[in-house]
Design a protein. Structure first.
Length: 258
């Protein structure tokens, strides 16, 4: 397996009650190289915590994470992370935001700018390289954030609700952009989303998590090729099943049923 999660368990201490809260409960997951995996589940179930564990940002947990046979114990350049809030530096231009990782590595200015400019060209952003984040649309800012991550050539890309703050049309456009990009690069992507339609459109597999403590309820395999028809029978059938699982999970944890 390319990326493997083994018996991941994460707990927190509730300071008010001095009790242990289990956030993630014994998750096992295997991901092949080049796969696009979406993780969906109720709000607060531990999706972001799971990404932080995989990225090496969180180290107080039980279990193991292996990437290409190497145990992940701290942040590594092999793992890229794209946030919902873009996290662009407002004082740096588009080009300088994209090249910052190469700058930190010590790459020469002319070389890193040339690489960043190639990303800008291939991402359809030529002419905006000297603009600042406040001068860019939300969709373009997110493209900058993705380019900044991919320029480091990570082995796996983690995306935490990257399109959650975009309007519906821009979100659809970014989904199409991400699919075109993935077909060219064949990146391994782990994608957290609350949007079931988005997960069905993008994914090779959808991992459905329970409410806290997060457990895997079901994994859906989606074998239809890209580009996909968002309204096809296959897409609608899978969407309906995922939504029903989440609905049943919500009902089973409703105060009325407890």
């Amino acid at each position: 397996m390319y990326l493997e999660l083994i018996q991941i368990r994460k707990t927190f201490v509730n300071p008010k009650q001095d009790t242990e809260v289990v956030a993630i409960d014994r998750i096992d997951l295997q991901i092949e190289k080049g796969q696009f995996i979406s993780i969906v589940g109720p709000s607060g179930c531990g999706k972001t915590s799971l990404l932080r564990i995989i990225s090496g940002l969180e180290n107080s947990y039980e279990g193991d994470v292996f990437l290409d046979g190497k145990k992940i114990q701290k942040p590594e350049s092999e793992v890229g992370l794209v946030f919902q809030q873009y996290a662009l530096f407002p004082w740096r231009t588009m080009c300088k935001n994209i090249e910052i990782g190469l700058e930190i590595m010590g790459m020469r200015k002319s070389e890193r700018r040339a690489i960043a400019m190639e990303y800008i060209r291939s991402f359809g952003m030529s002419g905006f390289e000297d603009r600042y984040p406040y001068q860019l649309s939300g969709g373009m800012q997110q493209r900058v954030a993705i380019a900044r991550t991919l320029i480091m050539n990570p082995k796996v890309v983690l995306m935490d609700e990257p399109f959650g703050s975009l309007d519906s049309q821009t979100r659809n456009d970014m989904q199409e952009f991400l699919m075109d990009l993935r077909q060219k690069r064949n990146d391994t992507i782990l994608f957290v989303t609350h949007n079931v339609d988005e997960s069905v459109f993008l994914s090779d597999r959808i991992v459905v998590l329970s409410k806290r403590p997060a457990r895997i309820l079901r994994i859906f395999e989606i074998n239809t090729p890209h580009p996909r028809d968002r309204t096809s029978k296959v897409a609608n059938d899978i969407r309906r099943e995922v939504i029903e699982i989440l609905r049943q999970e919500r009902i089973s944890h409703s105060p009325v049923n407890n």
